[in-house]
Design a protein around this ligand. Structure first.
Ligand code: SF4
Length: 302
């Protein structure tokens, strides 16, 4: 009786995407666009109010907590902040061992120690590092530990939530290359969440661009980056530094911030910031249309 309903916010709406086995799909957009919400919903770390998430054809949104625990091994997450995602009171070996214990993967203590050493080696660290605590490592090393912990249960899909944005630029490339090597060697699938199209361009075969909880462009990363069709993708891409001095890429500076999802703009949600908006953009929501095989764009002008 002391509360009243204050409306609801749709953080993600009408989004449909697939990630094939062994594929890396990038999820790109400014903060507040719903990409992290979507990534967490895929792993059921937050519950959705509608829609389905299918893993190998099975709708995981309908699984009981017990059934979900049994499947969790197959999908893992790597978090943005490698420091807060590791328990400071546990040694690195204990943190990784915890993941093995939850799924009863190596009950034999000697085999468990060997396995932890192997996992640390696979991410470029040494087995001796298992005895140390997280604060004894640099940010890049801590992110490697987070990756080793995710790999411990031999997942098939990893949702990477901005895994390099908290790292120094010089370290970012090393972690991206590590993720790329692991994907190739283990056939992993990634849903790679990032605000940085340059990183996604390097790692992902396909990209999904989101704005205010909706997909605005989707396609092969190479094609989307070569010829972006949605004005928002064009603006994001124009901010990516280009090495080629002859490049004609012009910087498009977007005015304002991403509007609040509590009160989204009418028509096309991007119209208040769109440099080429027309009158109908203010009233008509553009549908996500397939404009070429495998290429989807939500813009009246595409
Ligand atoms: Fe811009 Fe209109 Fe296209 Fe939206 S539909 S991106 S406002 S041109």
């Amino acid at each position: 009786m002391f509360t009243r309903a204050s409306g609801s916010v749709k953080a993600v709406e009408d989004v449909s995407l697939t990630v094939a086995a062994g594929e890396a799909v990038g999820l790109v957009g400014e903060s507040g666009c719903g990409k992290t919400t979507l990534g967490r919903a895929v792993l059921r770390l937050i519950e959705t109010t509608g829609g389905t998430v299918r893993f190998d054809g099975e709708d995981i949104t309908r699984l009981s907590a017990k059934e979900l625990r049994a499947r969790r091994r197959q999908f893992q997450m790597i978090f943005q902040d490698p420091f807060s995602s590791l328990n400071p009171r546990l040694t690195v070996g204990q943190s990784i061992g915890e993941a093995l214990d939850i799924h009863r993967l190596t009950p034999d203590p000697a085999a468990r120690t060997v396995r932890i050493g192997e996992l640390l080696r696979s991410v470029g660290l040494e087995p001796e590092h298992a005895e140390r605590y997280p604060h004894e490592f640099s940010g890049g090393q801590r992110q490697r530990i987070g990756i080793a912990r995710a790999l411990a249960v031999e997942p098939r899909l990893i949702v990477c939530d901005e895994p390099v944005s908290a790292l120094d630029v010089s370290v970012q490339a090393q972690v991206i290359n590590l993720l790329q090597d692991l994907q190739r060697d283990r056939g992993l699938a990634y849903l790679f969440i990032s605000h940085d199209l340059a990183v996604v361009e390097h790692l992902c075969q396909r990209v999904v661009v989101m704005y205010l909880g909706r997909v605005v462009e989707l396609g092969e990363t190479r094609e989307v980056c070569r010829a972006p069709k949605h004005p928002y993708t064009q603006a994001l891409l124009s901010a990516v530094p280009v090495v080629d001095p002859d490049s004609k890429r012009q910087r498009i500076v977007l005015g304002g911030d991403v509007p609040s999802p509590i009160n989204p703009p009418s028509g096309c949600p991007f119209h208040p910031r769109c440099p080429v908006a027309e009158a109908r953009c203010r009233v008509e929501l553009p549908a996500l249309r397939e404009v070429a095989p495998g290429r989807f764009v939500a813009c009246h002008l595409a």
